[in-house]
Structure formats: structure tokens, C-alpha cells
Design a protein around this ligand. Structure first.
Ligand code: HPA
Length: 269
């Protein structure tokens, strides 16, 4: 808690307004920050106790400003377990956002699909997740100031935000899918057997982020909305290979749809 408080105090000196919405952008989706009327940028490396992002395609700063008339804070670049960060590191920025005043957290990611009804470039609204393959970030002493020891996870992604997002997509005449995200550690993409396993256990897409952040946000009482961009097909019958470059390119191509949903969702919050 001391580290969190130091980071929050530092940021409150840098930017005096209270952000209501927090935004975390996934691989290839960082350009969304251009939608924000930036009022202050703070490099991660300048924030006390903040981890620093290393993966290609990720910038490394907190962006404060206005989006759709609301005060927001966005992470350009997030922290992944495969980079070697602990689960506690990964959720540190989420907890900082909460303590800065953020009530609603919007998450995005690139993901591989195991659902035959999905295509590369699809947007999938995450309605639920499976987190059994990455450490639960709440393991360890509970920070009671943030939340309860045993958080309820019956609605990890808020239904009223999902309904709004679906209505936005409908109004703009584009299709959105809805489904279950499973988080894995990476950094390898999955073997065909693993993709098949992911399908069998009830997931639609697989990725290397989001779930730990969602858990921390739920613990702290924030409302979460999350979307995946389908960047690759992970199915046994597809004899494809997958590269990070392809993932980034597919995410980038789908970004306008994601941007529309985020912008209008923020307006409606
Ligand atoms: N698997 C895991 N993570 C991913 C994938 C995938 O196929 N695509 C983008 N992130």
C-alpha cells in the first residue's frame, strides 16, 4: 500500500483532475491514444514503483486527458507476465488508477480464436474469462483498503457496459462477437493441441493479458469492460503459423471499430 500511495501522490502532483475512466490498450492498439485530447503524459519510468514495459509495439506512458467529454487515464503499453513481471507488478497500475479515482476500466487485447464463427479482424466483447493458467494477482496478503479477501467474480465484465457496446456496434453497422477469454502466460503461441484444449474447456479466444487486470479491478470495486481483437486463428484444421507481426497488423486493422466502441462507451458512462 505504501508503494501505491507514493505512485498516486506523485501522479496527483503531475495532473490535478480526477480521471473517471481508465483505459488499457493491447498489442497493436496503442494508436487509440490519438483519440484522447492529451493534457498530461507521464513516462512509466518516472512514476515511483511503476514497472516499465519492454515488448515491441507498446509505448510506455500514462496519458491523462479528455475523451468524449470525460477525464480519462490511459496506459499506452501494459505489463505482461511473459516479460517477467510478477502478477503484483502487472496489477500495480490498475490499483493506481483506482486510487486516482477511476471507476470504470476499459481493457483491450489481441487474441487468437478457437471459435469457428470468428474471423481475423473480428471484435469480441469479453463476457467472461478463465484465469487458471496465470497466477491470481490477489495471492498474498489482502489489501483490505482496496477490497475483500474473497472477491465475487460472477460478473467480472459488467453486463450493462456489454449491452451498451453491442448497441454502439449495431448503430454503426458492424458485427461484434461475444465470448470467453482465457489467459495464458505466453510468450509462445499455443500448439494445436493447446488451442484444441482451450476450445474444449469453454473458451472462445486466448491471449496473454487482461485477466489479472480484470481481477484486480473487480477486487477494488471498479466496473470492467473488455474487448479482444481476433488476430489469428488457432484451430487444428488451420495449417497456419502465427507471428507477432501478424498479430500487430491484424489488431491495427481492426482498431477503428474498437475506437468507436470505446469512444461512445465513455460518452455513455
Ligand atoms: N495466443 C495467445 N495470445 C495471443 C494470440 C494467440 O493465438 N494471439 C494474440 N495474442
Amino acid at each position: 500500500m505504501r508503494e501505491l500511495n507514493e505512485a498516486v501522490k506523485f501522479l496527483e502532483k503531475q495532473y490535478q483532475q480526477v480521471p473517471q475512466v481508465g483505459i488499457v490498450l493491447g498489442s497493436g492498439l496503442g494508436n487509440f491514444t490519438e483519440e484522447i485530447a492529451v493534457e498530461k503524459e507521464v513516462a512509466y519510468e518516472d512514476i515511483p514503483h511503476f514497472p516499465v514495459s519492454t515488448v515491441e509495439g507498446h509505448k510506455s506512458k500514462l496519458i491523462f486527458g479528455k475523451l468524449s467529454g470525460k477525464t480519462v487515464v490511459a496506459m499506452a503499453g501494459r505489463f505482461h507476465y511473459y516479460e517477467g513481471y510478477s502478477a503484483a507488478d502487472i496489477i500495480f497500475p490498475i490499483r493506481v488508477m483506482k486510487l486516482l479515482g477511476v471507476q470504470t476500466l476499459l481493457l483491450s487485447n489481441a487474441a487468437g480464436t478457437v471459435n469457428p464463427n470468428h474471423q481475423v479482424g473480428d471484435i469480441m466483447i469479453i463476457k467472461d474469462h478463465i484465469s487458471f493458467f496465470t497466477p491470481n494477482p490477489l495471492i498474498g496478503k489482502n489489501i483490505a483498503e482496496l477490497g475483500t479477501r474473497f472477491p465475487d467474480m460472477s460478473e467480472p465484465y459488467k453486463l450493462h457496459l456489454i449491452e451498451k457496446a453491442k448497441a454502439i456496434a449495431l448503430a454503426h453497422n458492424f458485427d461484434v462477437k461475444e465470448g470467453v477469454y482465457v489467459a495464458v502466460t505466453g510468450p509462445t503461441f499455443e500448439t494445436r493441441a493447446e488451442y484444441n484444449f482451450i476450445k474444449v474447456i469453454g473458451a472462445d479466444v486466448v491471449g496473454m493479458s487482461t485477466v489479472q487486470e480484470c481481477i484486480a479491478a473487480n477486487h477494488a470495486g471498479m466496473e470492467v469492460f473488455a474487448m479482444s481483437v481476433v488476430t489469428d486463428i488457432g484451430m487444428i484444421e488451420h495449417h497456419n503459423t502465427i507471428t507477432h507481426e501478424e498479430v500487430l497488423a491484424a489488431a491495427k486493422a481492426a482498431e477503428p471499430k474498437l475506437a468507436t466502441i470505446f469512444k461512445e462507451l465513455v460518452a455513455a458512462i
